[in-house]
Design a protein around this ligand. Structure first.
Ligand code: TRP
Ligand code: ZN
Length: 899
């Protein structure tokens, strides 16, 4: 039974260099939706560094073989099989010409060459190129590409590929052609082509060395009015990489293309980035402040890959974090600089808080489950399953630690050396670490463990004050991640631990470690924890201080310290490190909410510590803090995060606890919420600046609290007025969410007609804007349950709405993922109805798009951590899926979950 066998596992340790090299590639496409003909001419030679191989294995999938020629003559030593071609009788150097067909219109996987809205697109990372033609489809084979595209001129007026346009012109029978050349060697995963009815916003800019560059953002004609922000983001990204890293754009033209059917966010193909429309299209009417910020980040991310990923690429896919961790770090720094510049710590902190929140909620969870893996994984069955939070977000934290250890200047020296050594090469994470070590004359052998050990380390902190000696000692003890994730042989890591000490007035103390002649100028000290346990002694401390630990989240670890509630309230009010002010509030809130959730789980009455309300009130009223910061500080930890912290995850109890706190805060601060709402209106024309976005966020948080009052009449009035008057999507969507929430929580049908009228209006208004209709689906899928009407019923009804389409990943995510991954209290219904729905959808998606199916499959992976009833339901659903799915992608996920 071939179907039931487990997928083959690939190991990092098995890497061997390629036996053949491909110097140049000439690709010739006759584009047709049903059957495209691809002729590929490869100039190849044997790799002088590798013992000669008898045969050449080329990867190919879902291809129809036509012919093979060696040096222009038909070649017959060719075996065609399911995974590609095996060729024999090959000389040392040769030209191989392969002709075949692929079937873009039938391709629902969105990997390889496919059709979306009648246009052609490609997606080749990680292993999609083999679905276009036979090739050594691995990142350490780098070649120069020339690409000729031929197609019907009316149906496909625009023909794009990587690099520079060499020539274009008409052909007989209403067809035309374009020929492109990419002057840089690249691996096959960076190949791209686009063909169809598209239009572009164009700009010409000069790079630092004076060269003129053509920038284009290509979209469908009706979307041209939503391209300005993406273009501005691209221009900012180009400038930023020049100033911060001295890295210039190396091509004459740089293109971004938006496509509505796309598996992920965007793709960094050389000179021809292809984007999910979600990360390109924005105007104030259709996109929220978050959308605007995400577009800037993703445009930056893909652009920055041009150096970190393309000019220097990965030797093999185990090194994925070499490009992804580094590029995420670069896009995080770009966004922080754009929001606050280099010298505005408070503005930078809001970005840092958002990034850490994602890391803790998503990556820490990954590290605690069956998919836990090191930043540089040791093995995989399907590489697409390893584009993970660990590789991306923890990988970015690992890169950030170099900067924390060496400073910005030292980090820059390391980057310069990395490019000096490796430009044009396919390299490993070790090569990056070596460049950082050599540029800063440091031995970073121990630091390698951050790449090889999985699990979230814990740092237990204990402190001791010796009043007589005026000494304060801080003991840091590191423990490896949870047993499920961490191998028994975990060794101590080099942990940069930033710390400050705060006196009774809230001022930072000067820091002098034992043995040092005087205190350092900086009141934040980066301690280097290298042993399992170390004690750091500070001298000249005249009174008991409060420690501010792991400032700016200087390492991806969990810090355990026995803070009192008073300590936390004090730090929330006074810490000079804005990240740790937020952190103190989160600790306070998490503690209170977990106590309540455990009480709710056993049906005990709920009481909220008044000190929590007091600390919260102080933040809300502290107008010296930016609205953006206050909104982040006042946002309670998510239900998902809280459930994960419980001894046994109980989403219903968490929901009950969190709602109890929200209602309590709504009541206790009723007048403050009202005032906050009024004070943070943003009259005048919409501006997407961080300041204005912060005000809208705080105002809309206030509105959502007012909606929790027993009498929501005022919230209903405000939300309706805000919905009607909104000139931007942030305010309109927030008003709609509030109306839905009021209707859902009322027991007597109050607000029902208002909510459904607004939903109908929203749909009609934005019927022709797919990204907004995604929001319409998502808002309904994430709503809280109403008495007697579970959200799953609404979701099932929406599945048969004419606008629903399982083949479009954005749409599938907006309804199915929103329900399964962002509405825990409803999804984890005790009757198992959510799990049955999940199984149905994973199975349906598996047949269409394995990559998307595998992402959905991951929403049950933490099943062992839940209460017994839920655990049993989840296991049954996982077992059902395991027997029915076919893709390597989903099999790997469910098999790991069940093992
Ligand atoms: N390399 C891309 C990025 O991070 C992401 C990516 C990997 C991707 N595989 C993909 C995008 C498949 C779309 C489809 O920028
Ligand atoms: Zn990337």
């Amino acid at each position: 039974m071939a179907e039931s066998t487990s997928p083959t596992v690939i190991h990092r340790a098995d890497y061997t260099p390629p036996a053949f090299l491909i110097d140049t590639v000439a690709l010739d496409f006759d584009l047709a939706a049903e059957r495209t003909t691809v002729k590929s001419t490869l100039r190849m030679r044997r790799n002088p560094e590798v013992a000669p191989a008898a045969q050449l294995e080329l990867a190919g999938e879902q291809l129809e073989f036509v012919s093979a020629a060696l040096n222009g003559k038909p070649h017959h030593a060719v075996q065609v099989h399911e995974h590609g071609l095996t060729l024999g009788e090959l000389p040392g150097t040769f030209e191989l010409t392969l002709t075949g067909h692929c079937h873009p219109a039938q391709n629902t996987t969105l990997s390889g060459l496919y059709v979306s809205s009648g246009n052609f697109f490609t997606q080749c990372e990680a292993e999609g190129f083999r679905r276009i033609t036979w090739f050594l489809d691995r990142p350490d084979v780098m070649s120069i590409y020339t690409v000729t595209l031929r197609a019907d001129k009316t149906a496909y007026p625009v023909l794009l590929s990587n690099g520079n346009l060499l020539e274009a012109g008409d052909l007989p029978d209403g067809r035309h052609f374009a020929r492109w050349e990419d002057p840089f060697r690249k691996p096959s995963y960076l190949f791209a082509l686009v063909a169809g009815k598209l239009v572009a916003l164009e700009e010409r800019v000069r790079s630092r060395s004076g060269a003129e560059k053509l920038l284009q953002v290509w979209v469908e004609p009706h979307d041209l009015d939503k391209t300005r922000h993406a273009m501005d983001s691209l221009i900012h990204a180009i400038q930023w990489d020049e100033t911060r890293y001295g890295l210039e754009l190396d091509l004459e033209r740089f293109m971004i293309v938006a496509v509505s059917d796309f598996n992920m966010g965007a793709m960094e193909n050389k000179g021809l980035n292809i984007f999910n429309t979600k990360y390109v299209l924005a105007n104030p009417e259709t996109a929220t402040d978050t959308d605007f910020a995400n577009i800037e980040a993703v445009v930056g991310h893909e652009y920055f890959h041009n150096w970190t990923g393309n000019r220097v690429t990965c030797r093999d896919w185990f090194q994925l974090s070499l490009k992804e961790g580094l590029t995420v770090f670069r896009d995080q720094e770009f966004s922080a600089d754009m929001a606050g510049g280099e010298h505005n710590p408070a503005a930078r902190a809001t970005k840092r808080i958002e990034d850490v929140r994602v890391l803790r909620q998503m990556q820490f969870a990954e590290d605690a489950g069956p998919m836990a893996h090191p930043v540089r994984p040791e093995s995989y069955a399907e590489i697409n399953n390893f584009y993970t939070m660990t590789v991306y977000e923890k990988g970015a934290e690992v890169v950030r630690m170099y900067q924390t250890l060496f400073g910005r200047a030292g980090f820059r020296r390391g980057m310069d050396l990395y490019f000096q050594r490796h430009d044009g090469q396919a390299v490993s994470c070790d090569d990056f670490r070596q460049a950082m070590a050599d540029a800063n004359q440091r031995d970073l052998t121990q630091f390698e463990r951050w790449y090889s050990q999985s699990g979230t380390p814990r740092v237990n902190v204990s402190t001791h004050y010796d009043a007589a000696q005026q000494r304060y000692s801080v003991t840091l003890a590191q423990r490896p991640g949870r047993p499920l994730a961490a191998p028994a042989a975990a060794e101590p890591l080099l942990i940069p631990f930033a710390l400050g000490l705060i006196d009774a007035n809230g001022a930072d103390l000067p820091l002098r470690l034992s043995g040092e002649p005087h205190a350092a100028a900086d009141t934040t000290r980066v301690l280097e924890l290298t042993e399992t346990e170390q004690t750091f002694v500070f001298e000249g401390i005249t009174a008991l201080p409060r420690p501010s630990l792991l400032r700016n989240f200087s390492a991806p670890v969990i810090v355990a310290y026995d803070y009192s509630a008073d300590d936390l309230a004090f730090l929330l009010a006074h810490d000079s490190d804005p990240f740790n002010r937020w952190e103190a509030g989160q600790r306070l809130a998490t503690r209170a909410l977990l106590t309540l959730a455990e009480a709710a789980a056993c049906g005990a009455p709920l009481h909220l510590d008044e000190r929590f309300t007091a600390a919260f009130t102080q933040v809300l009223n502290d107008t010296s803090l930016s609205p953006a910061f206050r909104e982040l500080a006042l946002m309670l930890p998510s239900e998902t995060y809280l459930a994960e912290q419980m001894t046994e995850s109980n989403p219903a109890a968490v929901h009950q606890a969190r709602q109890f706190v929200r209602r309590h805060l709504a009541q206790a601060l009723q007048h403050e919420w009202g005032a906050t709402y009024e004070l943070n209106r943003t009259p005048g024309a919409y501006r997407a600046t961080p300041e204005a976005a912060g005000q809208r966020a705080l105002k809309n948080l206030a509105l959502s609290y007012l909606a929790e009052l027993d009498d929501p009449a005022e919230a209903l009035r405000l939300a309706q007025a805000q919905y009607a008057a909104a000139d931007n999507m942030t305010d309109r969507a927030a008003a709609l969410a509030t109306l839905i929430s009021i209707a859902a929580s009322s027991s007597n049908g109050n607000g029902n007609s208002e909510a459904s009228a607004a939903l109908d209006d929203f749909y009609r208004r934005f019927e022709n804007e797919p990204l907004v209709i995604d929001k319409w689906f998502a808002l309904q899928a994430t709503q809280r349950g109403r008495a007697g009407r579970p959200v799953l019923e609404i979701v099932r009804t929406l599945m048969s709405h004419p606008a629903f389409n399982l083949k479009n990943p954005n749409r599938a995510r907006s309804l199915i993922f929103s329900f399964c991954a962002a509405n825990p209290a409803q999804f984890h219904a005790e009757d198992g109805s959510g799990y049955a729905f999940w199984a149905e959808q994973v199975i349906a998606l598996d047949a269409l798009n394995p990559q998307v199916a595998a992402r959905l499959a991951r929403s049950l992976e933490l099943w062992r951590r839940f209460t017994p009833v839920l655990r049993d339901g989840m296991r049954a659903a996982l077992e059902q899926v395991a027997t029915q799915v076919r893709s390597r992608d989903v099999k790997e996920i469910v098999e790991k979950a069940l093992s």
